[in-house]
Ligand binder design. Sequence first.
Ligand code: PNW
Length: 466
Amino acid sequence: MGTASFPENFVWGVSTSAFQIEGATDQDGRGPSIWDRFADEAYGDPACDHYVRYREDVRLMQDLGIAAYRFSVSWSRVLPEGHGRVNNPGLDFYDRLVDELLRAGIAPYATLYHWDLPQALQDRGGWTSRDTALHFAEYAGLVYDRIGDRVDTWFTFNEPWVAAFLGHASGVHAPGRQSAADAFVSAHHMLLAHGLGLEALRAQGAARAGVVLNLSPVLTPAQLGDMSLDLPEEDAEAVARIDALHNRQFLEPVLRGHYPADLLPLVEKIAGLGHIHDGDLDLVGRPIDLLGVNYYTPIVVRAQPSTPADPAFPGSEGVLFCSVPTAVTAMGWPIMPSGLSLVLRRLSEEYPETELMITENGADFVDVVAGDGIHDLDRMSFVEEHLRALRTSLDEGARVRGYLLWSLLDCVEWADGYRRKFGIVHVDFTTQRRLLKDSALWYRDVIKRNGLGAERPKRPTLETVA
Ligand code: PNW
């Protein structure tokens, strides 16, 4: 493997989200969110106690040479009832965080919705209610008003597919609904909220705004070996349908201002189309400056008659989700670095005008604390191989401005809780001590040399940050 250097202004960073790291769920007037209710009230506490230890975490990022930090704002910290009454201590926290980041020379990137809807809004229908989109715009404007003078990059939503379909169709995420119709309606209201939120941010002068989507190439087992294969018609249809549900349901409205023609009949059959009002898609399709791409794994499917729909993919009758004989992460997600190139190639071809940023990529592995540290070679090679794929995409002309690794810290992995380890920094949830894994030290070197060295990741010596 040769060296690989990255463009001069390439941005290296990390991502986190509020519920997964902040803890302090009942501090300083924060209202409950759907994740407090869905899991249990104590679930998000202490998390990484970041609400208290944010200075230490910023220092840590500074030591690693991180240039950009994507965090999310907790809606119910700022608006405990979801709208109306403002909780100033909540806003103060993000104010302090942003100042601390700027002092450390780190660019703050704010995400407004990373899945933690105020429970008060859920009690009034949550994302199945159109009003929630209007409240989102109010919330967006409020947060911008407080920190917009110092935050130059804004994302409205993180992964609306996950929030809509895992939250409302399969029900494995909050609010735990199992209604296919609710999932499609929620997805539309999130898209609408994105459009209205974007408008609110722009009205106040946001420099750079966009949305983060989780995108996966959809392929058949046969294509894993050879992407140039011609598919039998039934398989091609299965692939197109899952691609419409997972990727194009969000890409097309945001970047082209309409739903994919092949998706609408599915939506109509399951949810009707009454929730899509005239003019909605014009709002949703307002130009963005930057598309955030979260990439973890491909989706592998083939046609198989009489297969029932997958709970997370209403409308997927007759499609079999295949397990494939490749290496997987501890989540069981197949590892396919070239899948990142497939996603980026597709975006460059279909939306050549859109600037891109990898806003999440990373892996959960079982970490072994081995006396002198955590030698997470598997995580290092995962990231290294994805960076090589990204380098290939840049060579092909993909307009990727930066790479934000998921995640800085081991944290609360949603329905899977504290046992999943995505961090390049280990967190002991009893003592809250942070310990740099080998992957963190390796990532620091990648950042320092703005690229990959010729050698495979090897084991640096341990360092801890007090
Ligand atoms: C993303 N899926 O979640 C989120 O943005 C993060 O908050 C999360 O910690 C990270 O990836 C790791 O999981 C996903 O089932 C959760 O397809 C589930 C799926 C995809 C992304």
